[in-house]
Design a protein. Structure first.
Length: 559
């Protein structure tokens, strides 16, 4: 008997999943030991969906993959139907119509139009007209990261009427809350099913922001009645930056104007790899001046590394002019610049505002004598394979302290408190567009030299925008260190659902008194921000006392 396969819940915080890749196709035989059917992207990582772990495939005489209900790259809630398996030729349609599980979107996205402007996307409805015979397909704003809720269309790399061929389907550049990424249709659908595949419609102007799944374009065969698709259902909300109640359509004439006005930059975007663009920006290189050595003139990393700018042209002689009288000189001029929020900054603002206004925080500040820690660090670095920093020592001391005070290593889960038995330390890293928090996993089990090597690796990846989801998710406690910037003391906002975050200031030489005698010493201040729903003042203070003991007598970190 045929059986429904639903989107599995692969992590405790997972609410929806994305099929990153189908490993089987409709009609393929599924045998015991060969039940891998898909790769699923969760909120934590990309994992394999192995049917052998969920059922006994030997119960079927000739088990086949009968139905795929979700396109690669699409996101659906947990328990949505994504596939059906059963014996060869077995009817399965009644399972789709009679089962109470949520049915995932079919291989062709549901057609839609723009309804009233709303802050939240309007749910897609079943079309009122039959659009199944129209050889065209709606393209929604893709979900390119686990926390992405909306995207900004940075630039269109194709215009209406352009033919889309396999291997040449870079459609647009989309700014998410993590990075600016290229939207390549080859990763989402097979363009060879249209002959020829053409960009029929653009529904959002470059620079505008819309929610995930909002209609941004339609592709299909020339002459396809895509307007019927737009008129046949309900779409997501209109672009957030616009007050129009209908989709923004770019005419052929407007497209030509945009193309001519920015021909050089558009061509550069089209033919440059994402890494090359990042390197060019970091080095201050105008990428339109770089000659590409890749396929079809595509600019790659080596082109940026080997780029030599042309010699500047000599300036023309400037005729001397008579200076204006001193009384007519303008002493100043009022001006300002509005900087649009990128997706990373929006996410930081949203998450920290939620934390600040929902968690009852309190703060505990303590001074740590760092004299012995400074001496110990010198000795450690004489034998350590990597240079150990004070921040590495802080992370190690925090990890060791959390094992003794598990209440601090907890999550607020709304209706319960989760005590984490593993110690994953988040390390706040400032990047150009905001803040990232890569994670040192099982920090309590690692040596100082291991922690040092890992912090350097993750910090470099963060600044070069090379972090993967597994690098920034799962932290149970966060450390934010601004001491290297000359900050003596500050407070941090909790990264929920964590219960605490530690703000670390710089080491400052000061004068202390003991037995009536003045002496020089080195002090570091730390401030622990606590969520009072999970951590009481006494628990936070006890944690800080243990932390202080580790740093004031660092030999304890090595035992």
């Amino acid at each position: 008997m045929a059986e429904i396969i639903t989107m599995p819940k692969m992590s405790d915080t997972m609410t929806e999943g994305v099929v990153a890749e189908w490993l089987k196709k409709v009609g393929d035989v599924l045998k015991p030991g060969d039940g891998l059917i898909a790769e699923i992207e969760t909120d934590k990582a990309t994992m394999e969906l192995d049917l052998d772990e969920r059922m006994d495939l030997s119960n079927f005489k000739d088990c086949r993959l009968l139905y795929i209900g979700l396109e690669k790259g699409k996101a659906v809630p947990v328990d949505s139907i994504i596939a059906i398996i059963g014996e060869n030729g077995e009817p399965y349609e009644q399972l789709l119509s009679g089962n109470k599980a949520t049915v995932a979107p079919a291989e062709t996205p549901v057609p839609a139009t723009v309804a009233e402007v709303s802050e939240a996307p309007v749910a897609l409805a079943k079309p009122s007209v039959d659009t199944s015979t129209i050889k065209a397909e709606i393209i929604g704003m893709p979900k390119m990261s686990d926390t992405m809720e909306e995207g900004t269309l940075v630039a269109w790399l194709k215009k209406v009427g352009d033919v889309l061929k396999p291997g040449d389907t870079l459609l647009a550049e989309v700014e998410t809350d993590k990075a600016t990424m290229e939207f390549e249709l080859d990763n989402f659908l097979d363009v060879t099913k249209y002959n020829p595949c053409t960009l029929l419609y653009i529904g959002i102007e470059a620079g505008n922001t819309v929610p995930v799944d909002a209609i941004i374009a339609i592709i299909g065969e020339p002459g396809a009645d895509f307007q019927a698709m737009l008129n046949g259902g309900v779409t997501a909300s209109a672009p957030a930056a616009s007050t129009e109640t209908t989709p923004v359509m770019v005419s052929t004439e407007e497209t030509k104007v945009i193309e001519n006005a920015d021909a050089n930059s558009s061509d550069a975007r089209l033919k440059a790899s994402p890494l090359a663009k990042v390197l060019a920006k970091d080095k201050g290189i105008n990428i339109s001046e770089v000659k590409g050595s890749g396929e079809n003139g595509r600019i790659v990393k080596a082109d940026i590394d080997n780029f030599v700018p042309a010699a500047p042209k000599k300036a023309e002689p400037v005729a001397k002019t008579t200076a204006a009288p001193a009384s007519s000189v303008i002493l100043g001029e009022e001006s300002y610049e509005d900087i649009p929020l990128n997706q990373m900054r929006k996410t930081i603002a949203r998450r920290l505002a939620e934390s600040k206004f929902s968690a009852p925080e309190f703060y505990l500040t303590m001074e740590i004598n760092m004299d012995k820690a400074m001496a110990a660090r010198v000795s450690m670095n004489e034998i350590s394979p990597v240079k150990i920093s004070f921040n590495d020592m802080v992370i190690k001391a925090v990890a060791a302290s959390l094992t003794k005070h598990p209440k601090v290593n907890s999550y607020w889960m709304g209706d319960k408190i989760r005590i984490n038995h593993h110690v994953h330390i988040g390390m706040a890293v400032a990047v150009e567009d905001g803040l990232l928090v890569p994670v040192i996993r099982f920090a309590n089990t690692k040596s100082l030299s291991q922690i040092s090597a890992e912090t350097k690796d993750l910090g470099g990846k963060a600044k070069n925008k090379q972090l993967q989801p597994k690098d920034w998710e799962g932290n149970t406690f966060t450390v934010s260190n601004l001491g290297m910037f000359g900050i003596d003391e500050f407070t941090s906002i909790i990264n929920q659902p964590e219960s605490c975050i530690m703000a670390v200031g710089g080491i400052k030489e000061t004068v202390a008194v003991k037995d009536g005698q003045f002496y020089a010493t080195n002090i570091m201040k730390v401030t622990l921000t606590c969520d009072h729903r999970t951590v009481d003042g006494a628990s936070g203070a006890a944690f800080l006392q243990t932390f202080k003991q580790y740093l004031e007598d660092p030999i304890k970190l090595l035992v």
